[in-house]
Design a protein. Sequence first.
Length: 156
Amino acid sequence: MIPHLFRPYPVPKTISTVFQNQITQFSLESNSDEEFIKKCFFFVVSLQKGHRINVLLKFSRLFWTDIEQIFNFRGYFHCTTSNYLLRTMLIKSERISEKDIQQISTFTWGMFPHQYLRVKMGNKKYLNLDAWTYRFGIEFGDYSRGFHTGRIFPVR
């Protein structure tokens, strides 16, 4: 079974000092939770490289669960892996509670499973986070669904 696809994979109890220091740095530099989330989001985006075809070519990476391996890797991630890294950063910061993060599954082009995060920011405000499709033109705060998927090839 794909570890992150249908339910959130457990956030590790401990993470490396380097990983925690990165989270702490973003937290200290941020004046609000939204600013902190944005820093984490763009950090995850900066680690990712590759094209949509890698969904098939790098299929085995769907099974990655070692958060340190993911944190230190630069290259192609699946949406589930990007979300696991981002969710771990948000929770480990202690600024965002695990109960305030939803892992949402959807379909793109009517047939391809896709996943993004939705973070509760207040009583009635939610922030959608789709780090995987940002490179294809989906903006921060938006998410890929249906035929709203961004470009075929990376634009960023």
